[in-house]
Design a protein around this ligand. Structure first.
Ligand SMILES: N[C@@H](CCC(=O)N[C@@H](CS)C(=O)NCC(=O)O)C(=O)O
Length: 208
């Protein structure tokens, strides 16, 4: 039985981040599907493991970890790939993982969620406009950063790329056109060409 168990569901780009780490590093892992759309992440059985009531969590032996960024950090420590080899590299990677969590995924994920999984009459137009504006600002920042670069933080792929990749491979569910962001598109293709890459709906279950 694989040592790593990741509670996830196919639609979750936050869960895709550690799942992608496993795929790219060739690490054996086991998905534990959670019925997020039925609200199972709020059940006591789940909140006893993660009182933040969010997906994903990683279970590894006696260790249970929430927050995809913390899980990625843990996996770097355990598996040793896509990490840093100096304090300076570590800071650069974390600068982008934090940016992803605060500025990119934080807008991209809920915008894509509402746009694809919530009926239009239940969407708040003001909130949608705000998320769209913030998401596009973040895309502008990333597009400009990626000019002339292959990878986000260092001269090789790291957990910064894996974190930012979270919601980028959901095809038609992505609420903007990657063609408007050529440097990001090239990076996205580069990441998808790495050995072991599998897109989210092929990597994680969408039902029991
Ligand atoms: N920063 C967290 C975000 C996790 C997150 O928001 N997950 C979504 C599912 S993709 C969730 O559980 N949402 C429920 C909620 O926030 O109440 C991470 O990176 O793990």
């Amino acid at each position: 039985m694989p040592a790593y168990k990741l509670t996830c569901f196919g639609q979750s780009g936050n869960a895709f981040k550690p799942a992608l780490y496993f795929a790219l590093s060739g690490t054996e892992w086991e998905p534990a599907w959670i019925n997020f759309f039925k609200g199972e992440h709020k059940d006591a059985a789940y909140t006893s493991k993660n009182d933040q009531a969010q997906v994903p969590i990683l279970e590894h032996g006696d260790v249970t970890i929430a927050q995809s960024a913390v899980i990625l950090d843990y996996l770097v420590g355990q598996i040793g790939q896509f990490g840093w080899s100096s304090e300076e590299e570590r800071r650069e990677i974390w600068k982008w993982v934090m940016w992803d969590n605060y500025s990119f995924t934080s807008m991209f994920a809920p915008y894509r969620f509402f746009a694809n999984f919530v009926p239009e009459e239940k969407r708040d137009p003001g909130a949608m406009a705000f998320m769209d504006m913030r998401m596009k600002n973040a895309l502008k920042t990333l597009e400009s950063h990626m000019q002339g670069r292959e990878w986000v933080a260092l001269d090789r792929p790291t957990i910064a790329d894996i974190s930012i990749a979270g919601y980028c491979y959901y095809g038609d569910e992505v609420p903007f056109d990657f063609a408007d962001y050529p440097a990001i598109s090239a990076w996205k293709d580069r990441l998808a060409a790495l050995p072991g890459f599998v897109p989210p709906y092929e990597l994680m279950p969408t039902s029991a």
